[in-house]
Design a protein around this ligand. Structure first.
Ligand SMILES: O=C(O)CCC(=O)C(=O)O
Ligand SMILES: [Fe+2]
Length: 346
């Protein structure tokens, strides 16, 4: 079914009443915009503050070429404008999890969006299953559509540039925690990062459905490019209100993920966020999910724990966590998706 021709909403999209977006949107400029061309010491302080308060901020002068950002936005629109049958030629399935997909679920409710996923590295190795005793790996390879013809090159070029920004952010975040700048880099030698091109079609039922339901990102951090439409919202810690992340021209959004929450032993939290949809405008966004190698064991960093501040998480394998999380993307599960609080000690 094409989203745009849906006269009545498919019940799979309907959010429970408590999760439906409110009509009245809170307007605020609270989410920091940080200029990376400033003096590093100052930038590190600003990032530390933003990570503590929000876990979300935007960066400008980030080094990702602006003309490349416009090229990837253009080619993404051309791809999603293709007829559904053509997009489905690059469809993801249970064997190949990369490619086009139009029925993603978050917390078992269908998201009002279609996506194209690709790994930052081709091939990428991940655990074959979520079963703890299964030591087999599986190889993930990208698949690319034939149209638009430049789609693959632009996506691969973008992946290379955004990865540099992700490493830069990792360094600044490490410094903000009082650690050496390269403290976390070793965990990414065989990173399992992936990119997603999101298309949120205009939605006739914006008060019932969400583009992406509330969730936390799993990895170290996410670098997100969004267009000028808006719709991303972050949950404010002190009152739980949903705050829009306003589009800032040429900026990239950074949000922390679960791995950083664990490494920092809760000094920084992985913020809950969601995407609301718009009855008039379609929206595009492109997240880069910066994920450690599958064999990395996640636990609070030794430098950040002591007797007064003991580790709040027991060690767990990142690759298995990643695979368990993703299971629910292919089919609805009856069980709750794995979350980091399942590894909390207290
Ligand atoms: O589209 C967006 O702005 C954010 C999407 C998102 O949160 C996700 O894909 O994890
Ligand atoms: Fe997200």
């Amino acid at each position: 079914m094409e989203f745009s021709t849906m006269a009545e909403i498919d019940p799979a999209f309907i959010q429970a009443p408590e999760y439906r977006p409110k009509r009245k949107v809170i307007e605020t400029d609270e989410i920091p915009v940080i200029d990376l061309s400033n003096d590093t010491k100052e930038v590190v302080l600003e990032i530390g503050e933003a990570c503590k308060t929000w876990g979300f901020f935007q960066v400008i002068n980030h080094g990702v070429p602006l003309e490349l950002l416009s090229r990837i936005k253009k080619t993404s629109k051309e791809f999603f404008d293709l007829p559904l049958e053509e997009k489905k030629l690059a469809k993801r399935d249970e064997v190949n999890p990369m490619g086009y997909h139009d029925s993603e679920h978050t917390k078992n409710v269908r998201d009002w969006k279609e996506v194209f996923d690709f790994m930052a590295k081709d091939p990428t190795f991940v655990p074959a299953s979520h079963e703890p005793d299964d030591t087999q790996l599986r190889t993930i390879r990208n698949q690319w559509p034939a149209h638009p013809p430049e789609f693959r090159d632009v996506c691969e070029e973008y992946a290379g540039e955004v990865e540099k920004l992700a490493f830069k952010m990792l360094e600044l975040i490490s410094l903000s925690l009082g650690l050496p700048g390269d403290r976390l880099h070793g965990y990414f030698k065989e990173q399992i990062s992936f990119l997603r091109v999101n298309h949120y079609p205009a939605c006739p039922f914006p008060e019932l459905a969400l583009g992406v339901g509330r969730h936390k990102d799993g990895g170290a951090l996410t670098v997100l490019a969004q267009d000028e439409v808006g719709g991303l919202e972050v949950r404010r810690k002190f009152d739980g209100a949903w705050i829009p992340v306003k589009p800032v021209p040429d900026a990239c959004i950074i949000n922390l993920g679960d791995a950083t929450q664990v490494w920092s032993n809760d000094r920084y939290e992985s913020p809950e966020h969601r995407v609301v949809v718009n009855s008039e405008k379609e929206r595009f966004s492109i997240p880069f999910f910066f994920f450690p190698a599958h064999y990395v064991m996640l636990k609070p960093l030794e430098e950040l724990v002591n007797e007064q501040n003991p580790a709040r998480y027991r060690e767990f394998n990142w690759g298995k966590f990643f695979v368990s999380r993703n299971r629910s993307d292919y089919k609805k599960l009856e069980v709750e998706n794995v979350q980091i609080y399942h590894y909390r000690i207290f």
